[in-house]
Ligand binder design. Structure first.
Ligand SMILES: Cc1ncc(COP(=O)(O)O)c(C=O)c1O
Length: 407
């Protein structure tokens, strides 16, 4: 108990303790938190589908038909036709990019990353007859925490050699792959970096994967629904196709619902299905969520999705051409994630508080979620924002920055 108290105190002193803000209204560009209304620029609901009437109706209809809970894990009796339909529809989304593509759905993106990475590392011991072989994992430095945790768990269960690479220095990755005589190799990279908003060079990574006989796992949590003409994600955006691709997407961000999925060649999906403990040993998610996600997929792919993505692009362009800051540093990003790097954690917390006092909600993102000395406002846009919202935000931020500039 005393250790916990000391630990909590030390987090507080460093400005790193976390707190809930209690939301009292639906996810939207204006939202009530702790009894106060704010303009929000922080959700991952990039297309504004989390509160879309057709998505709500689809889940209502499914609730009436299937009830609330699935009642059991997928492999007992919880796998409903809605889960199967969702998986098939997600396969359609990636069919131009992965030959003989199949899909497995997960309850969350965190579970998908942990489940897929551990299962793929088990490939090095697939027959359980030969001695365990090594899996070489090459993971991008800024990959999401769930990838890091997946690798940590895989390292306990399988023999793993981990190399961290920088996406800006792919020559070093190439050199490492060249030296690697190991049979089982896996490159892992976010499609869109969640805290920076930039795209990873998936086309170059795929080229390396082809040349060095490696699987390439892309976590496109923030690209799915947003990138590509039809919103299919980064593989569509970059026009890529390969049997080596293992594509993970989430349904709790642009799709506005919850859950995640992995698309890959049928044989790999069959293997993950057999081996992935976060898939096997958990209750299947409510069928109503699967039906809501199916409706979101229709919206993402259809004219409404195309219109929303075009609107987002306009908002991003407006932001990039009108925001002029002297000290806080914005990153070049094509996506609705437009972070402002402030630097010191305490300063970022102060700005977060000032913004709240002005009725704007953009919580400070601090280490360890982002690297040390790079605390930031992770500004995100939704297709529900209007240009006036961005204009007003720019004004607030520019005023606030001048207030904090050293005199
Ligand atoms: C890149 C990335 N991968 C995976 C996840 C986890 O997804 P989920 O929220 O569905 O667990 C996130 C969530 O923040 C993410 O940003």
């Amino acid at each position: 108990m005393q250790e916990a108290e000391r630990g909590l105190l030390s987090l507080k002193k460093l400005g790193l303790n976390r707190k809930h803000k209690i939301a009292q209204s639906a996810c939207d560009t204006k939202q009530m938190f702790n009894g106060q209304q704010y303009k929000t620029f922080c959700s991952n609901d990039y297309l504004g589908l989390a509160n879309h009437p057709e998505v709500i109706q689809a889940s209502r209809d499914a609730l009436s038909k299937y009830g609330v809970g699935s009642g059991a894990s997928h492999l007992i009796s919880g796998h409903q036709e809605s889960h199967e339909r969702l998986a098939n529809r997600l396969s359609d989304f990636q069919s131009a990019h992965i030959p003989d593509v199949h899909t497995l759905t997960f309850s969350t993106g965190y579970m998908a990353n942990v489940g897929v990475i551990t299962a793929l590392c088990h490939l090095s011991n697939s027959t359980q007859l030969a001695p365990k072989e090594l899996t070489s994992i090459y993971s991008a430095r800024l990959n999401h925490a769930s990838i890091i945790d997946g690798i940590r768990l895989a390292s306990k269960e399988s023999t793993v050699k981990l190399t961290i690479f920088e996406v800006e220095e792919l020559q070093a990755l190439e050199d490492a792959l060249q030296r690697d005589a190991n049979k089982h190799k896996l490159i892992i990279c976010d499609g869109v970096f969640s805290m920076d908003g930039n795209l990873s060079p998936v086309h170059k990574l795929l080229d390396l994967a082809e040349r060095f006989d490696t699987l390439l796992l892309i976590d496109d949590a923030h690209g799915f629904g947003v990138l590509g003409e039809k919103g299919h994600g980064i593989l569509e955006h970059m026009d890529l196709c390969s049997e080596r691709l293992v594509y993970i997407g989430t349904l709790g961000k642009a799709a506005g619902v919850m859950g995640a999925f992995v698309c890959a060649h049928q044989t790999l999906i069959d293997w993950v299905f057999q081996k992935s403990r976060p898939y096997i040993y958990t209750t299947a998610s409510p069928p109503a969520l699967a039906m809501a996600a199916l409706k979101s997929l229709d919206l993402i792919e259809g004219p409404e999705g195309q219109h929303k993505r075009a609107h987002l692009r306009q908002l991003i362009l407006y932001w990039q051409t009108h925001l002029h800051l002297q000290q806080w540093h914005s990153l070049q990003s094509l996506t609705p994630i437009q972070p402002l790097i402030v630097g010191p954690t305490q300063l970022c917390l102060l700005i977060d508080q000032e913004l709240q006092a002005l009725g704007v909600f953009i919580p400070a993102i601090r280490p360890p979620t982002v690297p040390n000395h790079s605390a930031r406002l992770r500004v995100t846009f939704s297709a529900l924002h209007a240009q006036q919202d961005i204009q007003a935000l720019i004004q607030v931020l520019m005023n606030l920055e001048s207030k904090f500039l050293p005199t």
